[in-house]
Design a binder for this molecule. Structure first.
Ligand SMILES: [Zn+2]
Length: 256
Protein backbone atom coordinates (compact mmCIF):
# COMPACT_ATOMS: atom_id res chain seq x y z
CA UNK A 1 0.00 0.00 0.00
CA UNK A 2 1.27 3.46 -0.87
CA UNK A 3 2.37 5.11 2.36
CA UNK A 4 1.92 8.65 1.11
CA UNK A 5 -1.65 7.99 -0.04
CA UNK A 6 -2.38 6.26 3.23
CA UNK A 7 -0.99 9.18 5.22
CA UNK A 8 -2.94 11.66 3.11
CA UNK A 9 -6.13 9.71 3.65
CA UNK A 10 -5.37 9.69 7.39
CA UNK A 11 -4.86 13.43 7.23
CA UNK A 12 -8.30 13.80 5.66
CA UNK A 13 -9.78 11.59 8.35
CA UNK A 14 -8.28 13.79 11.08
CA UNK A 15 -9.25 17.02 9.31
CA UNK A 16 -12.85 15.82 9.09
CA UNK A 17 -12.84 15.26 12.85
CA UNK A 18 -11.32 18.69 13.41
CA UNK A 19 -13.99 20.24 11.16
CA UNK A 20 -16.72 18.52 13.15
CA UNK A 21 -15.14 19.69 16.36
CA UNK A 22 -15.03 23.29 15.16
CA UNK A 23 -18.63 23.10 13.94
CA UNK A 24 -19.68 21.67 17.32
CA UNK A 25 -18.72 25.05 18.74
CA UNK A 26 -21.50 26.45 16.60
CA UNK A 27 -21.91 30.11 15.84
CA UNK A 28 -20.54 31.20 19.19
CA UNK A 29 -16.93 31.94 18.15
CA UNK A 30 -18.11 34.06 15.22
CA UNK A 31 -20.72 35.80 17.35
CA UNK A 32 -18.21 36.59 20.08
CA UNK A 33 -15.87 38.11 17.49
CA UNK A 34 -18.71 40.21 16.07
CA UNK A 35 -19.60 41.38 19.57
CA UNK A 36 -15.99 42.23 20.26
CA UNK A 37 -15.84 44.30 17.07
CA UNK A 38 -19.11 46.08 17.91
CA UNK A 39 -17.84 46.84 21.40
CA UNK A 40 -14.55 48.27 20.12
CA UNK A 41 -16.42 50.38 17.57
CA UNK A 42 -18.71 51.81 20.23
CA UNK A 43 -15.78 52.45 22.57
CA UNK A 44 -14.05 54.38 19.80
CA UNK A 45 -17.18 56.47 19.21
CA UNK A 46 -17.38 57.18 22.93
CA UNK A 47 -13.72 58.19 23.04
CA UNK A 48 -14.32 60.52 20.08
CA UNK A 49 -17.32 62.17 21.76
CA UNK A 50 -15.41 62.52 25.02
CA UNK A 51 -12.47 64.11 23.21
CA UNK A 52 -14.86 66.56 21.52
CA UNK A 53 -16.58 67.36 24.84
CA UNK A 54 -13.22 67.83 26.52
CA UNK A 55 -12.09 70.31 23.87
CA UNK A 56 -15.39 72.16 24.06
CA UNK A 57 -15.13 72.36 27.80
CA UNK A 58 -11.71 73.99 27.49
CA UNK A 59 -13.10 76.44 24.92
CA UNK A 60 -16.08 77.32 27.11
CA UNK A 61 -13.78 77.89 30.08
CA UNK A 62 -11.51 80.16 28.05
CA UNK A 63 -14.51 82.08 26.69
CA UNK A 64 -15.92 82.46 30.17
CA UNK A 65 -12.70 84.21 31.21
CA UNK A 66 -12.86 86.42 28.09
CA UNK A 67 -16.49 87.36 28.71
CA UNK A 68 -15.78 88.26 32.32
CA UNK A 69 -12.84 90.28 31.12
CA UNK A 70 -14.93 92.17 28.54
CA UNK A 71 -17.66 92.80 31.10
CA UNK A 72 -15.19 94.26 33.59
CA UNK A 73 -13.64 96.45 30.93
CA UNK A 74 -17.06 97.63 29.81
CA UNK A 75 -17.98 98.64 33.36
CA UNK A 76 -14.63 100.35 33.78
CA UNK A 77 -15.05 102.31 30.53
CA UNK A 78 -18.58 103.31 31.46
CA UNK A 79 -17.30 104.76 34.72
CA UNK A 80 -14.48 106.52 32.90
CA UNK A 81 -17.00 108.04 30.51
CA UNK A 82 -18.30 110.23 33.35
CA UNK A 83 -14.84 111.64 34.01
CA UNK A 84 -13.85 112.62 30.48
CA UNK A 85 -12.96 116.25 29.98
CA UNK A 86 -12.83 116.62 26.21
CA UNK A 87 -14.93 115.55 23.27
CA UNK A 88 -11.91 113.75 21.92
CA UNK A 89 -11.64 111.72 25.12
CA UNK A 90 -15.36 111.11 25.04
CA UNK A 91 -15.19 109.79 21.50
CA UNK A 92 -12.26 107.56 22.36
CA UNK A 93 -13.97 106.06 25.39
CA UNK A 94 -17.22 105.65 23.48
CA UNK A 95 -15.35 103.71 20.85
CA UNK A 96 -13.86 101.47 23.56
CA UNK A 97 -17.25 100.94 25.12
CA UNK A 98 -18.76 99.94 21.79
CA UNK A 99 -15.86 97.63 21.09
CA UNK A 100 -16.03 95.95 24.50
CA UNK A 101 -19.81 95.68 24.18
CA UNK A 102 -19.51 94.05 20.78
CA UNK A 103 -16.86 91.61 22.07
CA UNK A 104 -18.98 90.85 25.11
CA UNK A 105 -22.01 90.08 22.93
CA UNK A 106 -20.00 87.94 20.54
CA UNK A 107 -18.38 86.07 23.40
CA UNK A 108 -21.71 85.52 25.12
CA UNK A 109 -23.30 84.22 21.93
CA UNK A 110 -20.41 81.90 21.11
CA UNK A 111 -20.39 80.64 24.66
CA UNK A 112 -24.12 79.93 24.52
CA UNK A 113 -23.64 77.99 21.28
CA UNK A 114 -20.63 76.03 22.57
CA UNK A 115 -22.37 75.32 25.86
CA UNK A 116 -25.32 73.87 24.01
CA UNK A 117 -23.01 71.76 21.83
CA UNK A 118 -21.20 70.66 24.94
CA UNK A 119 -24.47 69.71 26.60
CA UNK A 120 -25.46 67.65 23.53
CA UNK A 121 -22.06 65.99 23.45
CA UNK A 122 -22.36 65.11 27.11
CA UNK A 123 -25.78 63.58 26.49
CA UNK A 124 -24.33 61.63 23.53
CA UNK A 125 -21.46 60.50 25.71
CA UNK A 126 -23.88 59.28 28.37
CA UNK A 127 -25.84 57.31 25.76
CA UNK A 128 -22.64 55.86 24.29
CA UNK A 129 -21.41 54.99 27.78
CA UNK A 130 -24.64 53.07 28.39
CA UNK A 131 -24.27 51.28 25.04
CA UNK A 132 -20.69 50.34 25.86
CA UNK A 133 -21.66 49.05 29.28
CA UNK A 134 -24.48 46.97 27.82
CA UNK A 135 -22.35 45.61 24.96
CA UNK A 136 -19.57 44.84 27.41
CA UNK A 137 -21.95 42.91 29.60
CA UNK A 138 -23.29 40.89 26.65
CA UNK A 139 -19.79 40.31 25.32
CA UNK A 140 -18.48 39.12 28.67
CA UNK A 141 -21.35 36.68 29.07
CA UNK A 142 -20.88 35.21 25.58
CA UNK A 143 -17.12 35.14 25.95
CA UNK A 144 -17.47 33.21 29.19
CA UNK A 145 -19.81 30.76 27.48
CA UNK A 146 -17.36 30.40 24.59
CA UNK A 147 -14.43 29.85 26.95
CA UNK A 148 -16.34 27.00 28.56
CA UNK A 149 -17.12 25.41 25.18
CA UNK A 150 -13.51 25.86 24.07
CA UNK A 151 -12.26 24.31 27.27
CA UNK A 152 -14.48 21.27 26.73
CA UNK A 153 -13.09 20.70 23.24
CA UNK A 154 -9.54 21.97 23.75
CA UNK A 155 -8.05 18.61 24.77
CA UNK A 156 -9.65 16.86 21.80
CA UNK A 157 -8.45 19.57 19.45
CA UNK A 158 -4.91 19.35 20.80
CA UNK A 159 -4.87 15.59 20.36
CA UNK A 160 -6.22 15.80 16.81
CA UNK A 161 -3.81 18.59 15.90
CA UNK A 162 -0.86 16.49 17.03
CA UNK A 163 -2.14 13.51 15.01
CA UNK A 164 -2.60 15.83 12.06
CA UNK A 165 0.96 17.12 12.26
CA UNK A 166 2.31 13.57 12.47
CA UNK A 167 0.27 12.47 9.45
CA UNK A 168 1.18 15.57 7.46
CA UNK A 169 4.91 14.83 7.89
CA UNK A 170 4.44 11.59 5.92
CA UNK A 171 2.88 13.35 2.93
CA UNK A 172 4.90 15.14 0.26
CA UNK A 173 4.46 18.94 0.17
CA UNK A 174 3.04 18.76 -3.36
CA UNK A 175 0.29 16.38 -2.26
CA UNK A 176 -0.44 18.54 0.78
CA UNK A 177 -0.74 21.63 -1.36
CA UNK A 178 -3.10 19.95 -3.86
CA UNK A 179 -5.14 18.51 -1.00
CA UNK A 180 -5.40 21.84 0.77
CA UNK A 181 -6.44 23.56 -2.41
CA UNK A 182 -9.24 21.09 -3.13
CA UNK A 183 -10.54 20.67 0.40
CA UNK A 184 -12.09 24.09 1.09
CA UNK A 185 -13.86 24.09 -2.27
CA UNK A 186 -15.17 20.55 -1.88
CA UNK A 187 -17.05 20.54 1.37
CA UNK A 188 -13.94 19.70 3.37
CA UNK A 189 -13.11 16.56 1.39
CA UNK A 190 -9.88 16.71 -0.60
CA UNK A 191 -9.31 12.98 -0.85
CA UNK A 192 -11.92 10.22 -0.97
CA UNK A 193 -11.98 6.49 -1.60
CA UNK A 194 -13.74 4.78 -4.43
CA UNK A 195 -16.76 2.87 -3.10
CA UNK A 196 -18.72 0.36 -5.13
CA UNK A 197 -17.20 1.77 -8.27
CA UNK A 198 -18.14 5.38 -7.60
CA UNK A 199 -16.24 8.40 -6.33
CA UNK A 200 -16.76 8.68 -2.59
CA UNK A 201 -17.08 12.44 -2.94
CA UNK A 202 -19.52 13.02 -5.80
CA UNK A 203 -20.79 9.45 -6.42
CA UNK A 204 -20.05 9.54 -10.11
CA UNK A 205 -18.86 6.28 -11.64
CA UNK A 206 -15.15 5.58 -12.02
CA UNK A 207 -14.12 3.37 -14.93
CA UNK A 208 -14.01 -0.29 -13.88
CA UNK A 209 -10.42 -0.87 -14.97
CA UNK A 210 -9.29 2.18 -12.99
CA UNK A 211 -11.16 0.98 -9.91
CA UNK A 212 -9.29 -2.32 -10.07
CA UNK A 213 -5.98 -0.48 -10.30
CA UNK A 214 -6.87 1.87 -7.43
CA UNK A 215 -7.87 -1.06 -5.28
CA UNK A 216 -4.32 -2.39 -5.38
CA UNK A 217 -3.63 0.58 -3.11
CA UNK A 218 -0.59 1.91 -4.95
CA UNK A 219 -1.98 4.69 -7.08
CA UNK A 220 -4.51 7.45 -7.08
CA UNK A 221 -6.55 9.34 -9.61
CA UNK A 222 -8.33 12.65 -9.69
CA UNK A 223 -12.10 12.41 -10.08
CA UNK A 224 -12.96 13.92 -13.43
CA UNK A 225 -16.30 15.16 -12.07
CA UNK A 226 -15.46 16.71 -8.70
CA UNK A 227 -11.68 17.06 -8.90
CA UNK A 228 -11.02 15.26 -5.62
CA UNK A 229 -8.10 12.90 -5.16
CA UNK A 230 -9.49 9.36 -5.31
CA UNK A 231 -7.78 6.33 -3.80
CA UNK A 232 -8.66 2.65 -3.61
CA UNK A 233 -10.94 1.17 -1.01
CA UNK A 234 -8.15 -0.71 0.89
CA UNK A 235 -6.67 2.62 1.96
CA UNK A 236 -10.03 3.73 3.34
CA UNK A 237 -10.46 0.41 5.12
CA UNK A 238 -6.98 0.69 6.63
CA UNK A 239 -7.76 4.11 8.03
CA UNK A 240 -11.36 3.45 8.98
CA UNK A 241 -10.22 0.33 10.84
CA UNK A 242 -8.44 2.61 13.25
CA UNK A 243 -11.29 5.02 13.15
CA UNK A 244 -11.76 6.95 16.35
CA UNK A 245 -15.30 8.13 16.67
CA UNK A 246 -15.73 11.80 17.35
CA UNK A 247 -16.24 11.82 21.04
CA UNK A 248 -15.86 14.37 23.74
CA UNK A 249 -15.02 14.26 27.41
CA UNK A 250 -15.15 10.84 29.09
CA UNK A 251 -16.00 8.89 25.91
CA UNK A 252 -12.59 9.77 24.49
CA UNK A 253 -10.99 7.29 26.89
CA UNK A 254 -13.19 4.39 25.79
CA UNK A 255 -12.73 4.94 22.10
CA UNK A 256 -8.95 4.98 22.27
ZN1 LIG B 1 -15.90 12.84 -7.61
Amino acid sequence: MNETLLALYQLQHIDTQLDELVSSRGELPVRVEEMRAALVERENILAEIERFAHEHQAKVRALDTDVTDHREKLEKYKKQQFDVKTTREYDAITFQIEDADRRLNEGTETMARLSMELENAQADADAARNDVAQLKEEFDASKKQLDEVMLETAAEEKKLTKLRNDAAKKVTPQFISIYERIRPAKNGLGIVAVRDGVCGGCFNAIPRQLVLELNRGEKHTVCEYCGRIVVGEPIAVAVDGERVKIVYEVDAEEAE
